[in-house]
Design a protein around this ligand. Structure first.
Ligand code: SAH
Length: 239
């Protein structure tokens, strides 16, 4: 990235392929935000991106009251291969804490979000559309090129059944004396990191997790962290 990179311009994820001199249509939510919140006008500069096309400088157009589109100019950053997959496997938790966890996990480079229902999950319903929007917003803000994938919610049993055992599954298990200290592990390449709900795992769940060879029980240290702190700490140590 050069020093004249326009980091101050709004940065928007656009799903369609982007190329110089082409046009792209923005969503109603983006149009509303740019026009009514940012109060931008025709011709204002923005950045648009997606993982396949890279990031482009573009000029805003408001063809009607509610619609917005962009006219694409020069390439700012080329598309890049996302190599390492970092899966966060988590129980749904209360709204504000989950919002925080999702945003920070996107910033920390999680590529895949797996909501998993556990016995003690107090929140059992996942608002996928809302979570998807949060993921996109965090990716726009932190200058990521790729948009992390939000997987469909499943039970822990189902998740374990479907798990592709080639990637190590680091399971944060509280109060397990045999668990390896996460901070002492050297991790290279793809991984999944699993954290439990506010109330922790129950005994059967721990048995289910540890019965698999691909599971690596890990301790996050002597203190019991809240689920969202555990998620962030784990990602920060593993990336
Ligand atoms: N209320 C529970 C703790 C739940 S903490 C209890 O008192 O037992 C929420 C989740 O964060 C746990 O399920 C675990 O996945 C993770 N976690 C928190 N602190 C941890 C630690 N020190 N080691 C490993 N995992 C931890």
């Amino acid at each position: 990235m050069t020093s004249d990179y326009p980091h101050h311009l709004p940065r928007l994820y656009v799903a369609q392929p982007l190329a110089e001199s082409s046009e792209a249509i923005l969503t109603d939510a983006q149009a509303h935000y740019l026009k009514n919140v940012m109060r931008l006008e025709d011709g204002a500069g923005v950045r648009v991106f997606n993982a396949e096309s890279g990031e482009w400088l573009a000029g805003l157009m408001f063809p009607s009251k509610k619609a917005a589109s962009v006219s694409i100019g020069k390439l700012l950053r080329a598309a890049e291969e996302t190599s390492v997959r970092r899966h966060l496997v988590f129980s749904p938790i209360k709204k504000d804490r989950m919002d925080w966890m999702i945003e920070k996990a996107v910033e920390m480079g999680a590529t895949d979000f797996h909501p998993v229902l556990m016995r003690r999950s107090v929140v059992r319903d996942i608002k996928s559309e809302r979570m998807e929007a949060q993921i996109i917003e965090a990716a726009e803000q932190c200058e990521r090129m790729d948009i992390p994938v939000l997987h469909s919610p499943v039970s822990l049993e189902k998740f374990m059944q479907q798990y592709d055992g080639t990637i190590p599954l680091f399971a944060a298990i509280e109060r397990d004396e045999n668990a390896a200290l996460l901070s002492s592990l050297a991790v290279d390449g793809d991984f999944a990191f699993l954290v439990g709900p506010e109330g922790g795992f129950d005994r059967e769940e721990i048995e289910l997790l540890t019965a698999q060879k691909f599971t690596r029980p890990v301790s996050l240290g002597p203190r019991i962290l809240r689920a969202e702190t555990a998620a962030l700490y784990g990602l920060a140590k593993l990336v």
